[in-house]
Design a protein around this ligand. Sequence first.
Ligand code: 13P
Length: 290
Amino acid sequence: MAGKYASVSGESRVLTGKVDRLLTRLLLAYKGGIFVELIIAANWKMHKTAAETAGFCRALRQFEAGFKGVEVLICPPFTALPAAEAALAGSEIKLGAQNMHWETRGAQTGEIAASMLLEFGVEYVIIGHSERRHLMGEDNTQIQRKIGTALQNGLKPILCVGETETEREQGVTEKVIKKQLSEALDGQDSQKLGSLVLAYEPVWAIGTGKAASAEDADRAAALIRNFLEDKLGSKTAGELRIQYGGSVKADNIGFFVGLPSVQGALVGGASLEVDSFSALVQAARKAVIS
Ligand code: 13P
């Protein structure tokens, strides 16, 4: 990028760079009749120390020119947030957290508050990931409170929904997703819900190498989209992004972001190495352009 604008003054170079980025974004994001930007989030779960995070973020920045038009975020463990913030300073790669408590302070041993995340430049927070629902017993009431606190504090929630293998076999996928959505979004301030991101993550596809089929992902994402339209109206719902998550890799991402109802991915295993994650983001970008 620097080479491309080397012949213009510093000020106009910055301006030209901004216009260029905006045009690329609009071009990339035109999907299904509305402009939306793809969002690809790396959920590192309980992986990487602060030192490993800093090294990863510095290395990832070298690929950033190839991410234009895709919103990319890293969700490291809490202890690595300061290192990630420092290593990403001046970059367009954003930061997310993996969880947050609904109270803003108090006697909550082992928990973390919105203000503590904001202090390190966190913009997004994953809420209701299936590992928290199933390993930590998080329920829809707690998730509803967390979404409310995130919205009130200016954090953008990534609300995860999805059925287990047993629920899928019982044919209750639709019912489970609708219940997760309606209970999590019950009573939320609709003026603030424009910043919400939804992630459809079928539990049976997480970390198994068995990604959902296009039909399954599209059916679930369309169900989520219809639910949001009924709740928020078609304009607001049309601007919200729905991610697919579960065994996403560079060689299948194109297939998911090509679906009419999907505008991004929540990535676990394939986000842990710089090469696999940067290849995945670039593959998503390419799939939407062509
Ligand atoms: P995998 O990409 O490893 O299947 O994990 C998905 C996930 O849980 C992201 O939140």
